[in-house]
Write a protein that binds this ligand. Structure first.
Ligand code: 5GP
Length: 146
């Protein structure tokens, strides 16, 4: 992870622990600056999170090179979601601060193959791990084929 250290960044947040390999996750894509994985409490089937390998709490902290990298990875993930789920509609969502509903304080983009009119509740219902693993595999294969 980038050495750039934000004063209010908690090194024990759940996504930081994924980046250090201390917590398991269903990987969709990884490169030197980003990681994409399945949301454990999806608001839609195929809900993916994209995070930078930088200690950024929210958008205010995100360095431009990581902002560019996170968007480039998001484009790869969205293309894979469109292919795998055979739908055009994908929501890009990102929350800044607890007042906005942010619950994990490491910057992340949500990519949800859904409609704003059909979105499920935020971070409420845990998905079946084997189902998440199967979707992650499909999406990873679709990205590898791009
Ligand atoms: P936020 O509320 O910060 O915008 O979104 C945090 C997201 O992280 C939520 O959608 C929530 O379901 C997801 N999440 C929370 N804990 C975990 C976890 O341990 N693993 C994974 N993969 N996702 C998580």
């Amino acid at each position: 992870m980038s050495q750039s250290q934000q004063a209010n960044y908690d090194d024990n947040n759940i996504f930081a622990k994924m980046l250090t390999g201390d917590i398991p996750y269903h990987k969709v894509y990884e490169d030197d600056k980003t990681l994409a994985f399945m949301d454990i409490m999806p608001q839609a089937k195929g809900h993916v999170l994209v995070i930078p390998k930088q200690k950024a709490v929210d958008l205010a902290d995100l360095e431009s090179e990581y902002a560019a990298a996170v968007l480039a990875t998001s484009q790869k993930v969205m293309a894979a979601q469109r292919k795998v789920f055979e739908r055009e509609g994908v929501i890009q969502m990102q929350l800044n601060g607890a007042q906005a509903g942010q619950t994990v304080f490491h910057y992340h983009i949500h990519l949800l193959p859904s409609s704003i009119h059909e979105l499920g509740r935020h971070a409420v219902t845990q998905a079946d791990s084997s189902e998440l693993a199967a979707i992650a595999k499909q999406l990873a294969e679709a990205i590898a084929a791009q």
